[in-house]
Design a protein around this ligand. Structure first.
Ligand code: SF4
Length: 182
């Protein structure tokens, strides 16, 4: 039987959700035996998101042009896309900048008003991705199949979400253990 093609993606998040994924400890060995990891910032160095991915955990909100481009590619190439953690589900922490009214005030505050040496706005087309005006949750850009809240979701919740998917079943995202935020 072909192994499940498994990916994880890190967008605008602190990587805490991926750290929680690593808290799966020895169950990671069981997972590794059942899946082929085809893309991930953890233990996989492929730079291009591949085709025919079965399951993908997406950490983080959509904050810049790179995030936007990647999430469209992820959606196009993935059967089951999971919004992984509160930043993916609600935009959460990265969306705090939305209150400042757009990308420009944030950039000016960070790089001009608070800069120490050589105050300048970061701008290098093709290298520094442009910020979007607002940070958005994943489902406001592309359809999401499963929402897994938590900041971060703990390892038990991650395992309880992935285990049914490995058997070709959909996890039941119900109750405090599975859908509590924060
Ligand atoms: S949900 Fe929490 S732990 Fe996960 S990326 Fe966002 S801030 Fe970090």
């Amino acid at each position: 039987m072909d192994k499940i093609r498994f990916a994880t993606v890190w967008l605008a998040g602190c990587s805490g959700c991926h750290m929680s994924f690593l808290d799966l400890d020895e169950w990671l060995l069981e997972l590794a035996a059942q899946v082929e990891v085809v893309y991930s910032p953890v233990g996989c160095d492929l730079k291009i998101y591949p085709e025919n991915v079965d399951v993908c955990l997406v950490e983080g909100g959509i904050a810049n042009e790179d995030n936007l481009e990647l999430i469209h590619l992820v959606r196009k190439n993935t059967k089951t896309l999971i919004s992984f953690g509160d930043c993916a589900v609600t935009a959460n922490v990265p969306a705090m900048r939305n209150m400042l009214g757009g990308a420009e005030p944030v950039l000016k505050r960070a790089y001009l008003e608070l800069g120490d040496l050589q105050r300048q706005l970061p701008h290098e087309p093709g290298i520094v991705p442009e910020l979007l005006e607002q940070v958005l949750p994943v489902h406001e850009i592309v359809p999401v199949d499963i929402f897994m809240p938590g900041c971060p979701p703990d390892a038990n919740r991650i395992r309880a979400t992935l285990e049914p998917l490995l058997k070709g079943e959909k996890p039941l995202m119900q109750g405090r253990e599975m859908i509590k935020f924060g």
